[in-house]
Design a protein around this ligand. Structure first.
Ligand SMILES: [Mn+2]
Length: 209
């Protein structure tokens, strides 16, 4: 659990929860049969969200529900990921944090400043099923190579869904100060990202996933 959810897979810091913060739990379980799963949830320490927290949480929830609704055999998980990325982009546009054509933004990878990881992965006999064999073999195949684009390269599984697969759908929105500063200094995607507006969100982190 962490109060710095923008840091992925944080460990034990014994922080005291303070009013106004969000707390994130990325947790899992394993059965005696070794089947494992994980889930991440974010709560407001105060028991209710501020308006700003609520707005971001809702966008992540919308992306998650869109991903769940899209799941069906025959769908490439890559396309589920891109769908969630578009929902997140549209939400951030509605808050004035991004601007431009949604398809162009997602194609460019600019949204990955806020959603820097993949939509999800298979679960099974490992929390990232078959991870040790290599995602190259389990999540990708010939003709569907892993992207090198920031964000998309972290998608653990892009391949087509088949009956019997069990997937996680875990989008997120992050405002990572170090990454925002670096991209801003490098002038990355200034046509799509409203950097000045991000000042009010710095350190604010991922929501429902
Ligand atoms: Mn996961």
């Amino acid at each position: 659990m962490t109060i710095n959810g923008q840091v992925l897979h944080n460990h034990d810091h014994h922080n005291i929860l303070k009013s106004g913060q969000l707390v994130l739990a990325d947790m899992g379980a394993e059965t005696a049969m070794h089947y494992a799963a994980d889930i991440t949830r974010t709560w407001p320490v105060d028991g209710s969200f501020t308006q700003q927290q609520k707005e971001i949480y809702q966008i992540v929830l919308d992306a998650q529900l869109a991903g769940i609704a899209a799941m069906r055999p025959g769908l490439r998980n890559l396309d589920a990921h891109l769908l969630a990325a578009k929902v997140i982009t549209n939400g951030l546009k509605s808050l004035g944090l991004m601007q431009g054509d949604t398809d162009e933004i997602v194609h460019s990878g600019a949204h990955a400043l806020f959603f820097p990881h993949g939509l999800g992965h298979m679960i099974g006999l490992d929390v990232h099923d078959m991870e040790d064999l290599g995602e190259k073999y389990t999540g990708y195949h010939e003709g569907l190579e892993r992207s090198t684009q920031f964000g998309l390269k972290s998608l653990r599984m892009a391949r087509t869904l088949e009956p019997g697969f069990v997937m996680t759908i875990e989008p997120g929105i992050y405002f990572i100060p170090e990454l925002i500063d670096r991209w801003q200094q490098e002038g990355r995607f200034t046509q799509y990202i409203n950097y000045p507006a991000l000042a009010a969100y710095r350190g604010f982190f991922r929501s429902a996933d």
